[in-house]
Write a protein that binds this ligand. Structure first.
Ligand code: DGY
Length: 324
């Protein structure tokens, strides 16, 4: 409980004003007022002596950083649903409560996942470039054909909130069957009539394979040579979760050798993807800069929820969305 004195808070980036004002009303806030992150040294210096940290998914919250903050740090609040950047065990050992922002970015992320899937399967990257480059000749019966969703099988790896929302968005396109794989069967799958299958079966039978799983020890590098070799040659792979679930060397090989037809990535490893990365040169690979949740209202809601989590944490109350 830190309410007797104003808690010292470090906010590691420029955030929507509404959330910053909420924090400033109750705490002494040091905000890194930039869209670019501080250097690691700058970050370590900035957290010294704070009570609570407002961070982003790109900030590595590990033992070194928690040590730098010191024993006063009691709250870490990330403006993200993903929390693979936070060493939760270290936080638990130090009795630091951790907040995150599930739920509110589900629709925006599902929407972007569908946009990415369509951009990849209907070859929008090539089409847009053809228009600009003057390669758009007469109407040709077989030019720039891609795969449609109607009658297709869609496999979702990691059927959490976002996976379900993606399936709900795709349903009206006439998808014949949804498959999913993951650690366990989900009762929510009933709402989209999705069938729980082993990972290999999903890879072998899906026309579209969508990664919606969190990055964990189990999923790191899950989409590797072996996985791509099991997919249909016509398969479209889409990843809007974390770059770390994909072995990008193996993906490059799968895309250039014709093992799969295309890939749409909203997340990569590293981020940003260096501009000389060979994936960026491929016609059958669409890469976006991690913009799944990037709608104005979603980003504001994420920041506000992260602020609410932080403020509850410094008052010693349960957070609206606390990680256990
Ligand atoms: C998250 O919150 O983890 C998302 O990746 C942001 O879009």
């Amino acid at each position: 409980m830190l309410s007797q004195i104003r808690a010292r808070v470090f906010v590691s980036r420029r955030i929507p004003p509404k959330a910053l004002q909420m924090l400033q009303a109750g705490c002494d806030v040091n905000c890194w007022d930039s869209d670019e992150p501080p250097s690691r040294k700058g970050y370590l210096d900035s957290v010294r002596g704070i009570d609570a940290l407002f961070c982003l998914l790109t900030d590595k919250i590990d033992a070194e950083l928690l040590d730098a903050a010191g024993p006063g740090l009691k709250v870490v609040s990330t403006m993200s649903v993903g929390h693979d950047h936070i060493d939760l065990q270290e936080c638990k050992a130090r009795k630091i409560t951790v907040g995150y922002t599930p739920g509110i970015l589900t629709s925006a992320t599902a929407e972007l996942t569908v946009a990415l899937l369509l951009a990849t399967s209907r070859r929008l990257k090539e089409g847009m470039r053809a228009v600009v480059n003057g390669e758009w000749g007469t109407w040709k019966p077989t030019w720039l054909c891609g795969s449609g969703l109607d009658g297709s099988t869609v496999g979702i790896v990691g059927l959490g909130r976002i996976g379900i929302a993606v399936a709900q968005c795709l349903k009206p396109f006439g998808v014949a069957q949804f498959l999913y794989s993951g650690r366990s069967e989900k009762p929510e799958a009933e709402s989209i009539k999705a069938k729980f299958v082993p990972f290999d079966d999903l890879l072998q039978t899906s026309d579209f394979v969508i990664a919606c799983c969190a990055l964990t020890q189990d999923t790191a590098g899950l989409f590797n040579k072996d996985a791509f070799s099991k997919m249909k040659k016509s398969a479209i792979f889409v990843n809007s979760s974390r770059g770390g679930v994909v072995n990008q060397e193996d993906l490059l090989h799968a895309l250039t050798s014709g093992e799969i037809a295309g890939a749409g990535l909203d997340v990569t490893s590293p981020e940003p993807l260096p501009t000389d990365n060979p994936l960026l040169k491929l016609d059958n690979c669409v890469v976006l800069p991690h913009i799944g949740s990037a709608t104005y209202s979603t980003r504001e809601a994420m920041a506000v929820l992260a602020a609410e989590n932080l403020l509850a944490g410094v008052r010693g109350e349960p957070m609206p969305c606390q990680l256990d």
